[in-house]
Design a protein around this ligand. Structure first.
Ligand SMILES: Nc1ncnc2c1ncn2[C@@H]1O[C@H](COP(=O)(O)OP(=O)(O)OP(=O)(O)O)[C@@H](O)[C@H]1O
Length: 438
């Protein structure tokens, strides 16, 4: 059996991917294992990990494995207790089958399970408006092109700023519906009470304030593509309504008795692992299966650093007047290639603009977005929550601390605190009750 552990280009349209499995041995239970391919594999105790282990010394998201052209790369994800290869704590290392890695009380090993498989690649370094010459992006472009030719639903999963909306538009542009409309519906931005009216439309008099008939998003997207952004934020009680519409291709405007048909291809996107959300009871399984006919992972920028130069050149060329890498400060490309990019391509684009405006900023150009240390852990907890809950938690904490500080500054005098805060005394009292402040 071939022991290949590298991702190797065969020609412009094909690459060879080793067949690997990651095996974890824990003291408490039997071994668990998980095959891995082009998508990176995250190990940790969190239920959103690809390989879930139970060990008190292992972090929620502990380390990540990825097959690269250079071999199998392991990266520690800022774990509390570290990742060890041959008793040496590593931040990043290449590992071979047979090497034993240690995370907390768990040992990890890679096993080759068969001959390498061949994966098809998109022959170009761009797909619609999206750029990407890395093997993972070209494999993704190929899959999206295939999906675009079928009428099926596509689910794009990836962190914020990875280009999901751009890819949804590219799917539309290469699909047989390219001449129809491309309509965006941001599920997270709609209040639950208005969801049905926005999606299905409403007739005059359907509810207070509905003075005219209104066309819904499904009708607007007829003949084209409907992009359902942040689908993971759709409240559970609204999910059956969307599912019914997707299954029957029919809907009823709010306040109407008449069923109408629609014909739009659906592309949905989310930053959440919906599979894990289903397991946690936060997303309906039937809707997930319906949406995920073609589930595609859009990799974060830090996992395709070979695309950075191409993207930087594109962003520079689109400046007015057009610029080139020669306009960037010395060493900028190396600095950009080694950054973590929590905000992905969007952050890269903004950083390039900042570097052009303030060429002497150097590494400080990167400091605007990073959420580090304690704040990072707090933020990770928020990332694990649905948008509405996370926003509520942040606002709640802010309200309580702001109120306490102001009352403290005015020695508990509500009237003076209210004047200082620019709100009524009644509102201060209400906030005090809400946050249990006496
Ligand atoms: N592969 C790419 N090539 C060129 N530009 C890109 C690419 N990916 C993202 N961008 C640019 O980065 C920005 C963010 O992209 P986009 O809005 O598509 O990301 P997203 O994943 O939908 O983000 P969010 O989840 O926050 O809505 C846009 O300006 C987009 O044009």
């Amino acid at each position: 059996m071939s022991q290949s552990t590298t991702l190797t280009l065969i020609d412009r349209r094909r690459a060879s991917l080793p067949s690997l499995v990651l095996v974890a041995n824990m003291a408490s239970t039997q071994e668990v294992s998980r095959p891995f391919g082009l998508a990176p594999l995250v190990v940790g105790t969190g239920n959103d990990c690809d390989l879930i282990v139970t060990d008190p010394a292992v972090s929620r998201r502990h380390c990540l494995f990825r097959i690269t052209p250079q071999g199998i790369l392991v990266r520690d994800l800022q774990s509390k207790n570290g990742t060890f290869v041959s008793n040496i704590r590593v931040q990043e290392a290449y590992v071979a089958p047979g090497h034993v890695l240690q995370i907390g009380g768990v040992s990890l090993r890679i096993r080759v399970t068969g001959e390498p498989s061949e994966i098809p690649l998109w022959p170009e370094a761009s797909f619609g408006g999206a750029l990407g010459g890395s093997t993972v992006m070209r494999a993704l472009f190929h899959r999206l092109y295939q999906a675009a030719q079928s009428p099926e639903l596509v689910l794009l999963r990836g962190e914020s700023g990875t280009g999901k909306e751009l890819l949804a538009r590219a799917i539309h542009d290469v699909s047989p519906r390219a001449d129809g409309p491309f309509v965006i519906f941001d599920t997270a931005a709609i209040t639950p009470a208005l969801f049905e009216a926005e999606l299905f439309g409403h007739v005059r008099g359907a509810f207070t304030g509905a003075d005219t008939d209104r066309t819904g998003i499904l009708a607007t997207a007829d003949g084209g593509t409907l992009f359902l952004d942040e689908i993971g934020e759709l409240p559970l009680d609204q999910q059956p309504k969307l599912l019914r519409a997707l299954e029957t291709k029919q809907y009823r405007p709010v306040g109407s008795n008449e069923w109408r048909s629609f014909d739009a291809r659906i592309v949905a996107a989310t930053h959440r692992d919906l599979h894990a959300a289903v397991a946690a009871g936060e997303f309906r399984q039937d809707l997930y299966f319906r949406l995920a006919v073609f589930e595609c992972m859009v990799p974060p920028l830090r996992e395709r650093t070979d695309d950075i130069e191409l993207l930087v050149e594109r962003f520079l060329a689109s400046e007015i007047p057009a610029r080139t890498v020669l306009d960037l400060p010395h060493g900028a490309l190396e600095m950009l290639a080694s950054h973590h990019w929590p905000g992905n391509v969007r952050e890269l684009r903004n950083t390039v603009s900042r570097l052009l405006l303030f060429p002497h900023m150097g590494e400080r150009a990167l400091e605007f977005h990073g959420v580090e240390g304690e704040a990072r852990r707090d933020f990770d907890a928020l990332l694990g929550m649905p948008w509405r809950d996370a926003r509520e938690r942040v606002i709640d904490r802010f309200e309580a601390s702001y109120l306490r500080e102001k009352l403290h500054a005015h020695e508990g005098n509500v009237a003076r605190a209210a004047t200082d805060m620019g709100i009524s005394r009644q509102l201060v009292h209400r906030l005090m009750v809400r946050h249990g402040v006496r």
